[in-house]
Design a protein around this ligand. Sequence first.
Ligand code: PLP
Length: 261
Amino acid sequence: MAKRSLLAEKLDEVKDRIAKACARAKRDPAEVTLVAVTKTAAPEQIREILSLGVADLGESRVQQLTQRAAQLNEFVSRRQVHGVGGGGPAGPMPDKIRWHMIGHLQRNKAKPLIPFVHLIHSVDSLRLAEELDVQAEKQGKKLSILLQVNGSEEAQKHGVAVGAAVHLAEQIDSMPGVQLVGLMAMAAHETEPDRIRVAFSRTREIFEELKWNKIGGTHLRHLSMGMSNDFEIAIEEGATLVRIGSTLFGGTSQDHEGLEE
Ligand SMILES: *Cc1c(COP(=O)(O)O)cnc(C)c1O
């Protein structure tokens, strides 16, 4: 058997753990998309994970996302035109990278982000949503966003309070430039599995409430929950997008907001 890279092995392990969590929850693994969080990854690791067929990449800073998008979108389209070059395994290179903005977003960074981003996970205020709406309309786009909920109800820096989430979702739903497609939550500073689970299940309850009230309509279908240390619990609680960085790429960075294993 050919020697496989460490990243290829890690990716297989993560996919396997996703599949097992889905099996426990009696869910179809096709409902769960892996977003590879590349904020600590080296450029060659990103090219490799793309060549292994991962099409969804997450970044937490606008500048890094837009720079990497410009470079890597070009890399992917070149490979499409010329076919897969010699050397590496002829992996199923995606046609297109879907870039996910997962970190806190400042309003003045909305405009440069919009041309590159597939989904913004971290909308947590009316003012930010309004700015995205205005800028997206100017750029002739309907921008997909998630509302970030502070499901753990502790003193987290970001995320709208549980009690304010439905009302804010309703306001966002009336904006022509943005489309609410779901919710995002972090259980960042929790260590107890039960408390992590509560943060996710509470977020899921808000999601159900939005559905019941037809907020977001048929577009409302995503729960972005789960990172390296808690993605299996998140899947059991209904996550459709898991954001995984350090388990795939190793290491942690100053930028790392989650827990270390
Ligand atoms: C860094 C980050 C992740 C990935 O965290 P890991 O623990 O490295 O998997 C997920 N979501 C957000 C919002 C992040 O900032």
